[in-house]
Design a binder for this molecule. Structure first.
Ligand SMILES: Nc1ncnc2c1ncn2[C@@H]1O[C@H](COP(=O)(O)OP(=O)(O)OP(=O)(O)O)[C@@H](O)[C@H]1O
Length: 270
């Protein structure tokens, strides 16, 4: 994909299964929004083949669009409208919309049904955004950085909600995030996009394996600190114990966290 002369996506090759929760993870400017906008039919691609629910998004009809739920980073809707009115209004565009009150109940917003959208807390607003995204019973839900600004509890609840939607209703979810921990907790599979290319794609454990970095083994020998970088710290510690024929002075093994490895990966690939 190019914007003018700038190539911002290269060889992005993805297949997402029905009912899957898939996250697109990557730093600012990696190309997540561009990818998602192409899939949503909001942006024309400069090259490549794309099929979403069996249709090329560049030629998507209204009937095709009605099968998508799209939750953008921010909505510009009428701040004076109540949560229920917004849902009822949007529902009118669909053949078989969900009942606003049932939907608000399912999202834990019954108490806020009559409240103006502008008076909802950040977490409540985001849940209303999801309600707006699913009012038309979509088969595929796009969520663009849905938990930005959430506290840990709100984030956990939001993750449960998304899991429930995928499990109970078979909705396919494509979510973008900057947050590795979010991708790890929520996604069936994740693609890490760096500089317009997929650096890694897989399940949380495949991701962990792919971005695993080397551990540091430190100890003190002849009054000096020594450091060894290795993929097998257990073997290194065993060899040191044998060499010292007992406890190794100052022995310390540090395994980088997945977060550090992710930062390494995006630093290396950028
Ligand atoms: N309309 C545009 N015209 C020109 N360049 C653009 C346009 N939109 C995005 N870009 C560039 O394309 C690249 C990818 O941007 P994109 O918004 O897809 O990244 P992102 O991964 O969604 O980033 P963020 O996490 O910051 O939202 C960036 O270098 C950006 O500057």
């Amino acid at each position: 994909m190019t914007y003018g002369a700038a190539e911002v996506l290269r060889g992005v090759d993805l297949e997402i299964e029905h009912g899957e929760i898939f996250t697109l993870l990557g730093p600012n400017g990696a190309g997540k929004t561009t990818t998602v906008e192409i899939l949503e039919g909001f942006r024309d691609r400069s090259s490549g083949e794309v099929s979403v629910l069996g249709t090329d998004p560049a030629r998507g009809t209204d009937a095709w669009r009605a099968q998508l739920g799209i939750v953008l980073q921010s909505w510009r809707d009428h701040p004076r409208w109540s949560a229920r009115d917004l849902l009822a209004h949007l529902g009118e565009f669909y053949d078989d919309p969900r009942d606003p009150d049932e939907l608000l109940g399912a999202l834990g917003l019954t108490a806020q049904a009559g409240q103006r959208a502008s008076r909802l807390s950040g977490g409540q607003r985001r849940r209303l955004d999801v309600a707006l995204g699913i009012v038309g019973r979509p088969r595929l839900l796009f969520l663009d950085e849905p938990t930005t600004g959430f506290d840990p509890e709100a984030r956990r609840e939001f993750h449960l909600l998304i899991r429930r939607l995928a499990a109970d209703e078979g909705i396919t979810v494509l979510l973008t995030t900057h947050d590795l921990a979010e991708a790890e907790k929520l996604a069936d599979r994740t693609a890490i996009l760096v500089g317009g290319e997929i650096a890694v794609c897989g399940t949380p454990s495949e991701l962990a394996r792919a971005v695993r970095a080397r551990s540091h083994v430190r100890w003190v020998e002849d009054g000096r600190e020594r450091v060894l970088t290795t993929e097998d710290p257990s073997q290194a510690a065993w060899e040191l114990h044998r060499r010292f024929d007992g406890p190794v002075p100052g022995l310390e093994i540090r395994r980088p966290s997945l977060e550090e490895n992710y930062l390494n990966l995006i630093g290396r690939a950028a």
